[in-house]
Ligand binder design. Structure first.
Ligand code: ADP
Ligand code: MG
Ligand code: MG
Length: 305
């Protein structure tokens, strides 16, 4: 089991006089669990997601974000690991390193990239993750093995696409087919160009497919339910449940509305207010919020303070 552990996280906008947004977030997500992070607009939900991923717009001023891995999370790594390789301080790592360790943040699409199909995009994402993982876990050994001449120039021969631990086309297609079947997605999808003419719902489904391909230990999904009609909501929900059930991904589902939680039943529900998790509970908490709004949580939180 992997665990993402956030302790007393404070963050502000990374510019002079930047606003303090996160004011002591505590949140622990284990692989295989579904957590809903709810709260009114402006409470800091998206900022929490972006700070977990390492977004440069924010500066962490206090607290920590730790990732604890387990044997099964590093089964692909074929060097001897020491204890450090199981416990990571994410705040010391770049966004792509965090991703390589298994943190997924549904990324906003880059503006259309000319001529890149979904298939190629996913293959690049998978290979980038594999390369970064190799560097993180096997860095020392890989360095020793590098072919360098005395002046430090790399003299190794040019490498073809299937070298260097990269995933070959056939293997990739196999994984892709398996995941598309898991998510009940149409293969036609994959030949389409990135972002070109995808509907809102298709973009959200792509986000789930990306998560299925990358097999993260924790996936942070920010308002993946926004703007979906009921059919798409059900498709996307089915995919999210599959991520958890079939590959043990922990889900941090950020949502403004209770609606998706009818289809993706959370083990834990958290309410964010003013940059903090003000209250946590089980699935029944979401129903209570739906019925009564957030004011009572605020009153309760202030009463405690
Ligand atoms: P939520 O996702 O809960 O609606 P956000 O995390 O997006 O809330 O934003 C929380 C607060 O921080 C809001 O008041 C928002 O305007 C502010 N904020 C977030 N990001 C920035 C930024 N990059 N620059 C300035 N203010 C920001
Ligand atoms: Mg804690
Ligand atoms: Mg938001």
């Amino acid at each position: 089991m992997a665990t993402l552990e956030i302790n007393d996280l404070h963050a502000r906008v990374a510019e002079e006089g930047g606003e303090r947004i996160l004011r002591g977030v505590d949140l622990t997500v284990n692989s295989g669990e579904i957590h809903a992070l709810m709260g009114p607009n402006g409470s800091g939900k998206s900022t929490t997601a972006k700070v977990i991923a390492g977004h440069p717009a924010y500066e962490v001023t206090d607290g920590e974000i730790l990732l604890h891995l387990d044997e099964e999370d590093v089964a692909d790594v074929d060097v001897d690991l020491d204890d450090d390789d199981y416990h990571w301080n994410l705040l010391e790592l770049e966004p792509n390193e965090r991703a390589a360790l298994g943190i997924f943040l549904g990324f906003q699409y880059p503006a259309e990239i000319e001529g890149v199909t979904m298939t190629n995009f996913l293959r690049q994402a998978l290979n980038a993750k594999a390369d970064e993982r190799e560097e993180l876990f096997e860095g020392d050994e890989a360095d020793d093995a590098d072919d360098e001449d005395d002046a430090g120039y790399d003299t190794s021969p040019m490498e073809g696409p299937a070298d260097d631990g990269e995933i070959g086309v056939a293997e990739f297609q196999e994984i892709l087919s398996e995941k598309m079947e898991l998510l009940d997605m149409d293969e036609k999808f994959m030949q389409r160009y990135l972002n070109a003419g995808f509907s809102g719902g298709e973009k959200k489904q792509n986000e789930v497919l990306q998560a299925a391909m990358l097999e993260p230990v924790v996936a942070v999904l920010d308002e993946i339910d926004s703007g979906l009609d009921i059919d798409r909501l059900q498709d996307v929900s089915k995919g999210i449940n599959a991520l958890r059930d079939e590959q043990g991904t922990g889900i941090l589902q950020i949502t403004h509305y209770q609606r998706i939680l009818d289809y993706v039943e959370p083990d834990h529900v958290h309410v964010m207010l003013d940059g903090k998790v003000a209250k946590s509970g089980g699935a029944e908490l979401a129903e209570q919020l739906e019925a009564d709004g957030y004011d009572w949580v605020r009153e309760e939180a202030f009463a405690d303070a």
